[in-house]
Design a protein around this ligand. Structure first.
Ligand SMILES: *Cc1c(COP(=O)(O)O)cnc(C)c1O
Length: 824
């Protein structure tokens, strides 16, 4: 479905500059995701941190001709002769307006889903339940924000029969806009949870805000066993029919009884007092059971028959929301996307691959299975796949499945291979010859693509550190929200990003446009450059032997002493370099490194002025105790020293020298000292240094049970017989030891890990590569997952046991522990 540019101008009430005809099929808000320039309409959105107007020139060069803007470029007729600019007061509002008008065209059931947990699962399961009979459009992944919702609703097409959209909010007042765009005919409330409510005073306030989505809905699905939900729904006095489900109240419109046996749960239901049925799902956890009931209630309301419901529920596929990045064999990087295979999620995954900077010369390869349930003919579907893959830079295509194999000619990529099954691919030469490639692996679950990943992943060790890249971004935004607009940010990724792995973290941060990355030594900077990082990089401990390397790789050193300064100037002069940016460090009380702001400034200024090889780009100092109110007086003294010294430096130069002193704790505790720039470290990795609590957990250290054994009372465990069992026990051996960074002092019941959510103490001395844990009374088997630290067991608990700080535990995880990255 396309709109003419005239039509869009009217729909959003814009003033048009430019006269070119155009048909618009795609809306774009992030210039990096551009795919089909001719048919794209770009919305120049403004946020606190960025402004879409900056990207207009670049997009025009890449072929985009249609822009919605708040300011029309000055000499647009000269600079952009072929463009149309639609001028509006607010671009975000205009995007929402357009989606709203588009939505108005559809007189079909539209399901609006909100809640705290399970939105995406309910949406995907509903899709699995109804898409065999109906043409369904749904939000891609979890596109549920003020921007994501309009982009999702825009996907409605002439032949769409049902729409499924998620709505998520983070602030009071946001739901009204989403309600107007989605205009759900059926409102669905999923689990409310009781998670920490950023920006909301109470869970109740948040619940009421969410329910605004349902004001015009004809039917509202919710759980009446949840007291809060029931109370808020009844207070909201909806006009629509209340379709409550309950396990307790036999008079509920959807009354269910569940029982679990082995690995399945059976659910008996009575729908609106008449329709009785039963279905079973291949899950037993309570979240899945609840989400299935919500999906079943909604599907029945949409007219699914009990037989179809039972048949499809039995085949329900788990919803993997992760895009995982793994190191593969032979120099390959694997991007594993097991999210449902459909064209929109393929597009998002391709975009993700395309945006990640990587070594030059590494090819981009796509391994794709047949796509099911698209409602499109194979010819148009795979034609579209081919077009997308080409646009997103795929150079090698490996298709798996009978359908793809028989439509091979539709894939217009030079290097292409087709296999009927995963086995044939694994046995082929094509598989054996994968080298130095970035490989996106995307397949419908029934194809079992995990076998491909397993065979490609570098096998090292069963212990992995999983890093959630979305949580890194959430933490970044958590701190950005506390920063004054316009303040620049340095992200500290020294010590291999506090153990999380600097390359992937740097890619994520670069994608989110932080101003500087900082590492400890030059080699860390070189690694980043070799992996495609183009951001500014600061080197905190520049070695005298590495100046040339720094010049070659555009790495900006910190300068903390006259000796370093002189050597650096000399080295730069030798290379004929001028105005090389450096960062001047002042010692205001840490007494580690830095110039003395009271005694060194005059000489420092003298020496800087008498050369032109280097130039101070910034000047900074570091608090010794911004995390502790007890040091506030000392921090004040530090700040005053810094303020004076840094001003003196600035006054000696005409160019702007950025001043910075706040670290993570400082950003929060001393907002008035944020100056030009802040340096974010620990907070980025999810630890709030002010209270030692977690913000968003980014890393999980996990391993698996290797062996289980019953050991009688009186026997000892491990070297030197340090733990003697006082009762008959079940003992598990797990493949992690002090050489992996598991501190030996946790042994002999000093600490515990989690096995299936239950605490299991370390028993005996921790060995180099293995240790033993007490799993007596815990339901577990060999191969089960063990969490050493992570969301359920914060790393700060371990650092407290060890009487140290979380920094030490995080940076102590050794290199042989594989890092696995994922995105929700
Ligand atoms: C490590 C470091 C930081 C970051 O400190 P956090 O407490 O982790 O936020 C900031 N500045 C300097 C100079 C550092 O070395």
């Amino acid at each position: 479905m396309t709109y003419t540019i005239e039509k869009i101008t009217t729909l959003i009430g814009a003033r048009r500059f430019g006269h070119r005809d155009a048909n618009i099929a795609f809306l774009l808000t992030d210039s990096r995701s551009l795919c089909f320039p001719e048919e794209t309409l770009f919305f120049a959105l403004k946020s606190e941190r960025n402004d879409g107007h900056y990207y207009i020139a670049d997009l025009y060069r890449r072929g985009v001709r249609n822009f919605v803007v708040e300011q029309v470029p000055l000499s647009y007729e000269v600079d952009y002769p072929e463009a149309n600019f639609l001028k509006v007061i607010g671009t975000r509002k205009a995007l929402q307006r357009l989606a709203e008008r588009h939505r108005d065209e559809y007189n079909i059931p539209i399901v609006g889903i909100t809640g705290s947990n399970g939105k995406t699962v309910v949406k995907e399961w509903l899709y699995q339940l109804i898409s065999p009979d109906k043409v369904v459009v749904r939000s891609p992944r979890s596109y549920n924000s003020q921007i994501g919702v309009p982009l999702s609703v825009w996907l409605l097409q002439e032949d769409t029969q049902v729409g499924l959209f998620e709505a998520g909010i983070s602030r009071p007042g946001e739901m009204l806009a989403l309600q107007e765009i989605i205009q759900p005919t059926i409102g669905v409330l999923t689990n409310l949870g009781n998670a920490h409510q950023e920006n909301f005073a109470t869970v109740e306030e948040k619940c009421r805000e969410k329910l605004r989505l349902f004001h015009e809905a004809g039917v509202i699905v919710y759980c009446m066993d949840d007291e809060l939900a029931a109370r808020c729904v009844s207070e909201a006095a909806f006009k629509g029919e209340l379709l409550a489900w309950s396990c307790k109240n036999a008079n509920a419109p959807m009354y269910v009884q569940t029982h679990t046996e082995g690995l399945t749960t059976e659910i008996d239901y009575t729908f609106k007092g008449q329709l009785q049925g039963r279905y079973a799902i291949p899950f037993i956890d309570s979240a899945s059971v609840e989400d299935s009931i919500v999906a079943a209630t909604t599907a029945l309301q949409l007219g699914i028959t009990p037989d179809a419901l039972a048949e499809r529920m039995a085949k329900l596929e788990p919803v993997a929301m992760r895009l995982e990045v793994k190191e593969g064999q032979h120099g390959c990087t694997l991007i594993n996307d097991s999210y449902n295979s459909d064209i929109k999620s393929l597009d998002i995954a391709l975009d993700f691959m395309n945006r990640r900077p990587d070594h030059k010369g590494r090819r981009r390869t796509l391994i794709l299975s047949d796509i099911y349930q698209s409602g499109q003919s194979a010819a148009s579907l795979y034609g579209e796949v081919s077009k997308l893959a080409v646009e997103r830079g795929v150079e090698k295509f490996i298709g798996i499945g009978t359908e793809l194999s028989s439509h091979a000619e539709l894939i217009k990529i030079g290097e292409k291979f087709f296999f009927k099954t995963v086995e044939r691919f694994l046995q082929s030469e094509v598989f054996d010859s994968l080298r130095d490639e970035v490989i996106l692996i995307k397949g419908a679950r029934r194809f079992g693509f995990d076998r491909i990943t397993e065979n490609l992943v570098r096998k090292v060790h069963e212990t992995v550190l999983e890093v959630n890249l979305n949580a890194v971004v959430d933490n970044l935004n958590h701190y950005r929200d506390m920063m004054k607009p316009g303040t620049k940010l340095v992200c500290m990724i020294k010590a291999d990003a506090y153990g999380a792995g600097s390359v992937e973290i740097a890619k994520t941060l670069q994608d989110h446009q932080v101003d500087y990355l900082a590492v400890a030594v030059a080699d860390e900077g070189v690694t980043l450059r070799k992996n495609g990082i183009t951001s500014n990089i600061m080197i905190m401990n520049p070695e005298m032997s590495a100046f040339k390397t720094m010049f070659d790789y555009d790495l900006e050193p910190e300068v903390y002493s006259f000796r370093l300064l002189d050597a650096l100037v000399k080295a730069a002069e030798k290379e004929g370099i001028t105005d090389y940016p450096v960062h001047i460090k002042l010692d205001t009380g840490m007494h580690r490194l830095g110039f003395d702001p009271e005694h060194d400034m005059d000489e420092l200024i003298q020496r800087l002025k008498h050369q032109n090889a280097i130039i101070p780009r910034s000047v900074f100092s570091h608090f010794v105790g911004s995390d502790d109110d007890g040091f506030d007086a000392f921090s004040k003294q530090q700040f005053e020293l810094f303020d004076k010294g840094s001003r003196q430096l600035q006054q000696a130069f005409r160019h702007k020298i950025l001043r910075h002193i706040d670290n993570s704790a400082g950003i929060e505790h001393f907002p008035e000292r944020q100056l030009d720039m802040c340096r974010l470290g620990l907070g980025l990795y999810g630890i709030d240094p002010r209270n030692n609590q977690t913000i968003h957990t980014i890393s999980t250290l996990k391993t698996t049970i290797l062996q289980l054994r019953h050991v009688p009372a009186g026997d000892s465990i491990g070297y030197s017989r340090r733990t003697i069992l006082d009762k008959d026990s079940l003992i598990a051996a797990i493949p992690i030891g002090y050489a992996d960074g598991l501190n030996r002092r946790l042994g002999n019941r000093k600490g515990y890990c989690l096995v299936n959510g239950k605490r299991a103490q370390y028993v005996g001395n921790i060995c180099m590569d293995v240790c033993m844990i007490d799993v007596t009374g815990i339901d577990c088997k060999e191969g089960d997952m063990v969490e050493i630290f992570g969301p359920e067991l914060p790393v700060t608990v371990l650092s407290d046991w060890l009487e140290t700080i979380p920094y030490e535990v995080m940076t102590g995880i050794s290199n042989r522990v594989r890092r696995v990255y994922y995105q929700d």
